[in-house]
Design a protein around this ligand. Structure first.
Ligand code: IPD
Ligand code: CA
Ligand code: CA
Ligand code: CA
Length: 266
């Protein structure tokens, strides 16, 4: 395992164990509201501090961007860690056992290492660029569905920003008309990891942040999936509007999305 992936795994396991323990007892969990339907707990913050501590101990100069701390620039700006300490905070707060720690390392802007860790199921999804994606050490492959017919599509609802709701719903309707079924599980990082594992044939969501998808993106791609924006381009890095899945499923998804594209989501 690449030494930097090794550090990411150590950090993700530490943070995940912290979160899982608090989840079981669910005492001393403090909830704060950040915005519309947007919550953060002391566990998000403590897990993030634990991750930053582990990374900084090995790589004191590296730069970090983390959901709760923002940008922490280091002397070395070529190496940037992108951290979501707890992806699925709403599930965590409601006692739904589906959330993850997500850590990616970008080198000169390219995602090189990635970990998504589900501490409840003890599932560790990892990837190194060019070396494939693994779940607990076993190689992952995206599904081989030929198109959207019968496909299981994961999605996330735009619950924190409802201005694109109409567009989202029309895209949902158009995809659902042919899909086998839909899943809204509540963690974008796990949605992408599930695409990598072939558990979901495709995935789409609007308005994600880099920490939601950086690790999952590499894991999905290394498993043979593709990741694009809603128009089939690379703008998701900026917009956070993502479509992912095995190449054939994504192709049919994009064809069905096309008539519903608006400038706001392109
Ligand atoms: C959220 C989850 C959710 C997605 C939201 C994200 P958070 O992340 O990934 O599935 O629908 O867009 O913001 O806030 O729980 O880390
Ligand atoms: Ca959050
Ligand atoms: Ca997140
Ligand atoms: Ca989070």
């Amino acid at each position: 395992m690449h030494p930097m992936l090794n550090i990411a795994v150590r950090a993700a396991r530490n943070a995940g164990d912290l979160i899982a323990k608090a989840y079981e007892q669910f005492d001393n969990v403090e909830v704060e509201q950040k915005g519309l339907n947007d919550f953060v707990t002391n566990l998000d913050k403590e897990a993030e501090q634990a991750i930053i501590y582990t990374i900084r101990k090995s790589y004191p100069d590296h730069s970090i961007i983390a959901e709760e701390s923002g940008e922490l620039e280091g002397a070395d700006t070529d190496h940037q860690w992108v951290i979501d300490p707890l992806d699925g905070t709403t599930n965590f707060i409601k006692g739904i056992p589906h959330f993850a720690v997500s850590i990616a390392l970008l080198v000169k802007g390219k995602i090189e290492q990635a970990v998504v860790y589900d501490p409840i199921r003890n599932e560790l999804f990892t990837a190194s660029r060019g070396a494939g994606a693994q779940l607990n050490g076993y190689r992952l492959r995206a599904s081989n569905n030929k198109d959207i017919n019968g496909a299981i599509l994961a999605t996330g609802f735009p619950f924190k920003q409802k201005h694109n709701l109409e567009t989202y719903l029309s895209i949902f309707a158009s995809l659902f008309a042919d899909a086998g079924d839909m899943r809204r599980a509540g963690s974008a990082a796990l949605d992408l990891a599930y695409v990598a594992a072939g558990r979901a044939d495709g995935y789409f969501e609007l308005g994600l942040k880099p920490w939601d998808f950086a690790a999952g993106e590499l894991i999905a791609k290394e498993a043979g999936a593709i990741v694009t924006d809603f128009a089939g381009n690379h703008n998701y890095v900026k917009t956070g509007n993502l479509v992912a899945g095995n190449p054939k499923v994504v192709k049919t998804m994009l064809a069905k999305i096309r008539p519903h594209l608006t400038d706001a989501i392109r």
